[in-house]
Ligand binder design. Structure first.
Ligand code: NOJ
Length: 580
């Protein structure tokens, strides 16, 4: 045990200059504001709560905070349904509170990246309200369509296409006022903006410019590859017995995506002002990601891809159709992205975010015996691939999945709608609850566990989502006080990235690609080789003789089991050596 580290104090007391490519050596910390820290006792996290924790973030060493949406919103999808891009939702505070947060971060040399949700707005946004009038000049700002030919509006099968919404049911909603349908790929309170209309694009760029002028340092762009739909809006292929089709290929990665991104980059000065840009791009191929993140194309710095978080679902199924994960498949997948973008584009590295279950429960082992060590080893593997790592709030504490046993505990619209739809289709209740326990987004959304006082120190009120009962031992106060915790392991990993160019720039090579337990790779820069070997299993593992570079005389930079050096690795043991 040792005393907590002192917060990092920037030498200049001013925001670090935005150098070209600064984000390559940065680590980003994601805050889901609703669940981070509540300052006013209403049970919901808020901006002043975040500002009170900036020294904690500085002590971890992260460079950037990505803030999930805090804009005005009816909160149908916890803020991903924005009714006013120019204002802050009173649940989270005010514009003055945001300015104070930006100043507090900048004073410590950290930056703020805002979430940009412009594939859709809330149905309560003034643009959509206007657009509901068929005579309005904003009618074309959204996707309005008549009922399918030969069908009466509102009749069964009358939707313009058979597309399923990501949140269950049809992606089209009839608006009685005009008798036409509008497209909503997410909830019916999240109508899709029509990016084909140049006025929409100009309005979005103007709004982005105002946020940059206010001091934000970049944008995380929500489902940005859905802004260009495939022309023609054709039906997808529904599974037998299903009415709606998850018609991803019909509305994602449309032909104008890169044109729109280039136009946005120029109009906002994304590259010229050295902002951090990361686009969420489900269904992106390596080829597309390489083009989008190639600096020569002036689109985005990096993208969030999804292949690695889809490997534990049944092929052709949805995220709810659980399947076992095989380590060789996972590490080979990440290696293909490393190789695919090498020397041209740039990867983002993540296990966790507000839409994914907790990494230690999913990829690690959250039992009392292995929770801490498996969280550390997962972090080692993630942070030492090439790319910009993202830490999701609580990941530094090894926070685990929820332990909900009843549907009434869930709050997430996706989970609640899935449950209702699955039950109506006659799926077995136990199977549905098992899928929710493993995959619900609420797993990531339980309040951050700050200490062992009531409600984990998250709020003085009643938390909007129950705190995980393991807060009594999984909490920030305990982790910061314990030199051996996941928190300090992550802090060391972040420090390594800041110290060693090989962590940022080193060429990646996967070793032992078919090994069922070991994840081993090198990163090479000039004469220096970083060797990472990790046992990603809850059983001991043996390194096959001669399979890894010789580490005699090499510096051991980081290890989960200090002192261990044999060819046998304990469960979840990992070691990082620097050769040369
Ligand atoms: C992706 C976001 O990460 C998710 O939380 C949200 O529900 C959808 N996009 C819709 O905005």
């Amino acid at each position: 045990m040792s005393s907590p580290e002192q917060p990092r104090v920037p030498s200049t007391g001013a925001v670090l200059a935005r150098e070209p490519g600064w984000w390559r050596s940065a680590v980003v910390y994601q805050i889901y504001p609703r669940s981070f820290a509540d300052s006013n006792g209403d049970g919901i996290g808020d901006i002043p709560g975040i500002t009170a924790k900036v020294d904690y973030l500085a002590s971890l060493g992260v460079d950037v905070v990505w803030l999930s949406p805090v804009y005005a919103s009816p909160q149908d999808d916890n803020g991903y349904d924005i009714s006013d891009y120019e204002d802050i939702d009173p649940t989270f505070g005010s514009l003055a509170d945001l300015d104070a947060l930006i100043a507090a971060l900048h004073a410590r040399g950290m930056k703020l990246v805002m979430d940009l949700v412009v594939n859709h707005t809330s149905d309560e946004h003034a643009w959509f309200q206007e657009s509901r009038d068929p005579a309005s000049p904003k009618r074309d700002w959204y996707w309005w369509r008549a009922a399918r030919e030969g069908s009466e509006p509102g009749a069964e099968w009358a939707e313009p296409t058979n597309w399923a919404s990501f949140f269950s049911g049809s992606a089209w909603q009839l608006d009685e006022r005009s008798g036409e349908y509008y497209l909503h790929l997410f909830s019916r309170k999240q109508p899709d903006l029509n990016w084909e209309n140049p006025e929409v694009r100009q309005a979005v760029y103007a709004m982005m410019n105002r946020w940059v002028d206010r001091g934000v340092d970049g944008f995380r762009m929500d489902v940005i590859n859905l802004i260009s739909k495939q022309p023609g809006l054709a039906d997808g292929e529904a599974a037998p017995g299903r009415r709606f089709a998850p018609a991803f290929e019909r509305f994602a990665n449309g032909p104008r995506l890169e044109e729109f991104l280039q136009e946005m980059n120029a109009a906002v000065g994304l590259d010229a002002r050295h902002l951090l840009t990361v686009g969420e791009m489900p269904g992106s191929t390596i080829e597309l990601a390489r083009r989008v993140t190639d600096p020569a194309n002036a689109e985005l710095n990096m993208v969030f891809t999804f292949e690695h978080v889809g490997l534990d679902a049944q092929p052709g199924g949805t995220k709810w159709d659980l399947a076992p994960l095989h380590l060789p498949v996972l590490k080979q997948n990440l290696a293909s992205w490393q190789e695919g973008l090498a020397g041209v584009g740039w990867n983002s590295l993540y296990w966790d975010n507000h839409d994914q279950p907790r990494a230690v429960s999913r990829f690690g082992d959250d039992s009392a015996e292995f929770r801490v060590v498996s969280a550390k080893t997962l972090a080692t593997v993630q942070h030492l691939h090439q790319g910009t790592p993202y830490v999701y709030q609580g990941e530094e504490l090894g926070m685990t999945n929820t332990q909900f046993v009843d549907i009434s505990s869930y709050r997430d619209i996706e989970s609640v709608n899935y449950h209702a739809e699955a039950m109506s289709l006659g799926l077995e209740a136990e199977t549905v609850m098992r899928s929710l326990a493993a995959r619900s987004r609420d797993n990531a959304r339980t309040p951050v566990q700050w200490d062992d006082t009531s409600h984990a120190g998250f709020t003085q009120g009643i938390p909007w989502l129950p705190v995980n009962p393991n807060y009594v031992y999984v909490n920030a106060a305990a982790a910061v006080a314990d030199e051996d915790s996941t928190f300090h392991h992550l802090r060391r990993l972040i420090a390594l990235r800041h110290e060693l160019p090989v962590v940022v720039e080193g060429r990646f090579a996967l070793l032992l690609p078919d090994h069922e337990q070991l994840w081993a790779f090198t990163r090479t820069l000039g004469e220096q080789v970083l060797l990472v070997v990790a046992n990603c299993s809850s059983l001991p593992a043996t390194v096959p003789a001669g399979a890894l570079p010789d580490v005699t005389g090499a510096r051991l930079l980081l290890s989960t089991h200090p002192g261990a050096a044999s060819a046998e690795l304990a469960p979840w043991e990992s070691r990082v050596h620097l050769v040369g």
